[in-house]
Design a binder for this molecule. Structure first.
Ligand code: PHE
Length: 464
C-alpha cells in the first residue's frame, strides 16, 4: 500500500511552513477578528483555543496521515482504502475545483489594493463607493486577477520543493514579522472623536481579550461554539484535499505530532495577531460598530482606518496589503497544487503541462466570476437567507455546503471504516508517540460527527 511519491518536501520545516501557508489566509485576517468581535471577544477566543487543541488536531492529523500513509491524493485515497468510499474522493476534489474559480479573484482585489497603497493613492481607497466601483468595473479586476493567478501558477509550475517549499520558507517568516509590527502599532493608537470620546488601542485590546458574558444564554453559547468550529476547519484548510496532498509529500521520518502542533500554532497565532491588529485599530477610529463582516472589513473599513491615521496610515496600509497578499498567495498555491496533483495522478501527466492547463482553466473560470459583478450580475438567493453574486454562490457551495459535509464523512470514514488505529499507526511511524490518541478516537468517532451534522444543517438553512 505504501507507494513512494516522486516530488516532496525536503524538510520538516519546509512542510510546516507550506502547510501553514495554506492555512493562513484571508480567513485568519478578515473572518477571525470579525467573529471574535461579534461573539463576546475573549469568550470566543477561549472556545476557539479549546477547539484547536482537540478538534483542530484531530482533523489535521486525519488528513495528513491519510496522505502520508497512502502517498495518494484525495481523488484516490478513500476508494483505495475501501471500494465503496470512492465517492468521497470525488466530492473532496470538488472543493479546490470550486474555490479555484474565485480565490484568485479575491487575490486580484488584494493585489489591486496593494498597488494602490504602494503608489500613494491610499486616500482614494478610503472614499465611499471605491470598492464597489472597482469590482464592478470591467477590465481592472480581471487584470489584477490574472497577475495574481500568474504568480500562483508559476510557484506550482516550479514544483513542490523548488516552488512551494522554497516560496513558503521565504515569505512566511516575513508575514509574521509584518503582522507583529502592525499589531504592536495598533496598540499605540489614540483618537478623540467629534463627541469628545477618547479611545485608545489598549482599550480596544480589552474589548478583544476580555470575555463578554453579558446576556450569555445556552443558545448564544451554542452559536459561539458553532461559529468557532466552522471557522476552525475552514482556517486549517482541512476537508479540501489540500492537507491530504501536502501530507503525501512528507517524508516518513518526520514527526507528524510535532509538525501538526506547529502548523496549528502558526495558524492560530496569526489569527490572534490579526485580531490584535484589526480590532483595536477599528475600535479607536470607528468604535466596535465599525467591525464589518467579510470583504467590506478589509476593503472598506480598514482603508478608512488607515486614512484616519494620517501619513503613517500609508505605510501601515502598504504593510497590511503586502501581508494579506502573501497570505492569500500561499493559500491559493495550495488550492492549485491540490488540483494539479490530483490531475497528474488521474491523467498520468507531467507537472509542468498539468500546471499550464489548470492555470488556463482557472483563468477562464475566474474571468466569469469577475463578470458576475457587471455583465453577468444576478442576485441569487442562498439557503442561509442572504443573496449573492456568482462569487458568493461558489463560496457558499464550497465552504458552507461541501466542507461540513466532507468533514462529517471523513470523520465517519476514519472513525468507523478504517478505524482510528490506522491513523494512530501513521502518527507513530518512526517511533514517535501520539499522546492524544484516546481523545483522538473519541472525537473522530463521536463528537466531530455530531457537531459537523449540526453545522451542516445550520448552513443548509435547516436550523433557522
Ligand atoms: N485556510 C484559509 C484561510 O484561513 C482558507 C483557504 C485556504 C481557503 C485554501 C481555500 C483554500 O483563509
Amino acid at each position: 500500500m505504501e507507494t513512494k511519491k516522486k516530488g516532496g518536501f525536503s524538510s520538516s520545516i519546509g512542510f510546516v511552513l507550506s502547510a501553514a501557508g495554506s492555512a493562513v489566509g484571508v480567513g485568519n485576517i478578515w473572518r477571525f477578528p470579525y467573529l471574535a468581535a461579534q461573539d463576546g471577544g475573549g469568550l470566543f477566543l477561549l472556545v476557539y483555543l479549546g477547539l484547536v487543541l482537540t478538534f483542530g488536531f484531530t482533523l489535521l492529523a486525519t488528513d495528513i496521515a491519510l496522505g502520508r500513509r497512502t502517498g495518494k491524493n484525495a481523488l484516490n485515497v478513500f476508494g483505495s482504502l475501501h471500494p465503496k468510499w470512492g465517492f468521497l474522493g470525488k466530492m473532496t476534489f470538488l472543493v479546490p475545483a470550486i474555490i479555484m474559480t474565485y480565490y484568485s479573484v479575491i487575490g486580484g482585489w488584494i493585489t489591486k489594493y496593494m498597488v494602490v497603497y504602494l503608489t500613494g493613492q491610499g486616500m482614494a481607497a478610503a472614499q465611499d463607493g471605491y470598492f464597489t466601483s472597482f469590482i464592478t468595473s470591467k477590465a481592472s479586476p480581471i487584470v489584477f486577477m490574472l497577475l495574481f493567478l500568474a504568480v500562483t501558477a508559476f510557484v506550482v509550475y516550479s514544483g513542490v520543493e523548488e516552488g512551494i517549499e522554497r516560496f513558503s520558507k521565504l515569505v512566511m517568516p516575513g508575514l509574521i514579522f509584518l503582522i507583529i509590527g502592525i499589531a504592536v502599532f495598533s496598540l499605540t493608537l489614540k483618537n478623540t472623536d467629534a463627541a469628545g470620546t477618547v479611545r485608545t488601542g489598549l482599550k480596544g485590546l480589552a474589548v478583544y481579550l476580555i470575555p463578554d458574558l453579558t446576556g450569555l444564554t445556552f443558545s448564544r453559547f451554542l452559536k459561539i461554539l458553532l461559529d468557532a468550529m466552522s471557522q476552525l476547519f475552514f482556517s486549517l484548510s482541512v476537508s479540501m484535499g489540500i492537507m491530504i496532498t501536502y501530507g503525501s509529500y512528507v517524508k516518513k521520518d518526520v514527526n507528524l505530532n510535532r509538525s501538526i502542533s506547529q502548523i496549528e500554532l502558526f495558524d492560530t497565532g496569526v489569527a490572534l495577531l490579526a485580531g490584535m491588529m484589526i480590532i483595536p485599530a477599528v475600535y479607536v477610529f470607528s468604535g466596535t460598530e465599525g467591525m464589518a463582516q467579510g470583504p467590506s472589513l478589509m476593503f472598506v473599513s480598514l482603508p478608512k482606518v488607515f486614512d484616519a491615521m494620517g501619513g503613517v496610515g500609508i505605510v501601515v496600509g502598504i504593510a497590511f496589503f503586502v501581508m494579506v497578499a502573501v497570505a492569500a498567495l500561499t493559500s491559493c498555491v495550495s488550492v492549485m497544487e491540490t488540483l494539479v496533483a490530483n490531475c497528474m495522478e488521474l491523467f498520468h501527466a507531467p507537472r509542468k503541462k498539468t500546471s499550464l492547463v489548470i492555470g488556463m482553466l482557472s483563468a477562464v473560470s475566474a474571468v466569469v466570476i469577475c463578470l458576475g459583478y457587471n455583465v453577468l450580475y444576478f442576485e441569487f438567493p442562498l439557503p442561509n437567507g442572504q443573496t449573492g453574486q456568482l462569487l458568493d454562490v461558489m463560496d457558499y457551495a464550497s465552504n458552507s455546503f461541501l466542507l461540513p459535509l466532507i468533514c462529517l464523512l471523513t470523520c465517519i470514514f476514519a472513525g468507523w471504516v478504517i478505524q482510528p488505529d490506522w491513523i494512530v499507526e501513521e502518527m507513530e511511524t518512526g517511533g514517535y508517540t501520539f499522546r492524544r490518541k484516546k481523545i483522538y478516537a473519541v472525537i473522530i468517532r463521536y463528537i466531530a460527527p455530531v457537531l459537523m451534522t449540526v453545522i451542516f444543517l445550520q448552513s443548509a438553512g435547516c436550523l433557522r
